[in-house]
Design a protein. Structure first.
Length: 370
């Protein structure tokens, strides 16, 4: 088996669990946040910087790499690890979310999805078979079955038909996947309907995937509804395999996801808001471009040990961003990624030390949510 999940400890009062995932490109501890390297690079970051921060796995995007530079070029370079000089684990998504977010530029059929490239308008097509073969060429350690992300809101009949098609597509992905050094995850869909979520989970578990993703959340629904769906669906997934909640990356959602037994998370949030001058702290967000920080010579977060906080002030970072200096974007990105990776480490330590309930309570109070 390409990957194995090792459960080390579970919080006795909640579903939170500390584990370890063994992959062909190393071992990483869970719960974990995966920085997103959409185009085979995490924006503004070098692989060495990510390694130093403790990123054991990063995510790349099948849709974008399929369109540019092309999966065959990546394969010719020796695979994604060698192409981007990253020697730790990589996870690729299926491209489904990006295709379906194209709206009127795409058409869904049972066979797959026809769409126009956002780059040049050219006609393209992705099917379960093509998406799987593309990911086999890319050579990531963990790959995703091709799915349809049910939008929010969606009526019941649409969600049912979409979820059933995703299940059929998952079986087609499984049939063509042949790399023994690569783990194919099934993706649980079902929108905001608990019976559809249960059916999706049961159908995928019956196919015996090495890991399971939860898709179609954090797509615009209220956070309490997302947590309600997680409460319902996570217990349906095997305890001896990794659970991955797709597209979630704010600290409050991470702690709530971990509490419910999720192991892996990804999101563009920390890098995207960094480029807008928004920094993450235990007290909530800090918009460093605001005028109030023009003469603030304190670090972004005095509790943070990242390169940015050890060396530079809020005033300096604000100056760089106002002057549109690239170094400013690097400093904000370094801080936000370090913050989230460190946040997940501390959560894991809390689980191991039987302190998770207190950790969650203290964090939510400090973050201004309780």
């Amino acid at each position: 088996m390409a990957i194995t999940y090792e459960l080390i400890k579970q919080c006795p009062q909640t579903g939170a669990r500390a584990g370890r995932l063994h992959t062909p490109h190393g071992i990483f501890d869970t719960p974990i946040f995966m920085p997103v390297g959409t185009q085979a690079t995490v924006k503004a970051m070098s692989p060495e910087e990510l390694s130093t921060m403790g990123a054991g796995v990063i995510l790349s995007n099948t849709y974008h790499l399929f369109l540019r530079p092309g999966h065959k070029l990546v394969e010719a370079a020796g695979g994604l690890h060698r192409f981007m000089n990253w020697d730790r684990a990589i996870l690729t998504d299926s491209g489904g979310f990006q295709v379906f977010s194209l709206g009127p530029l795409r058409k869904i059929t049972e066979e797959g999805v026809a769409f126009r490239s956002h780059i040049d308008g050219s006609k393209q097509f992705l099917s379960p078979e093509i998406a799987t073969r593309v990911q086999m060429s890319l050579g990531a350690d963990m790959i995703m079955a091709f799915d349809e992300c049910v939008p929010y809101p969606a009526d019941y009949e649409y969600a049912r038909a979409s979820t059933e098609r995703t299940t059929r597509w998952a079986a087609r992905c499984r049939e063509v996947h042949t790399r023994s050094d690569q783990a194919l995850f099934g993706i649980v869909q079902g929108g905001m309907y608990k019976d559809l979520r249960s059916q999706s989970a049961r159908d995928l578990v019956a196919m015996d995937f090495p890991g399971y993703s939860i898709g179609g959340l954090s797509v615009g629904e209220p956070k309490p509804l997302m947590y309600e769906i997680l409460d319902h669906v996570v217990p349906e997934l095997p305890a001896n395999k990794p659970r991955y909640l797709m597209g979630v990356g704010t600290p409050d959602c991470l702690v709530e996801g971990v509490m419910r037994g999720v192991d892996m998370f990804d999101c563009v949030f920390p890098t995207r808001v960094a480029r807008n001058g928004t920094l993450m702290t235990r007290q909530g967000k800090l918009v460093v471009k605001n005028a109030e920080y023009a003469e603030d010579f304190r670090p972004v977060d005095h509790e943070c040990s990242c390169y940015t906080c050890r060396n530079f002030s809020r005033a300096y970072i604000r100056h760089l961003l106002k002057a549109q200096e690239i170094f400013g974007l690097r400093l904000t990105t370094i801080h936000n990624l370090h913050f989230l990776l460190d946040f997940m480490r501390k959560m894991r330590e809390a689980i191991l030390n039987d302190e998770f309930v207190n950790f969650r309570r203290d964090f939510l109070a400090q973050y201004g949510l309780h």
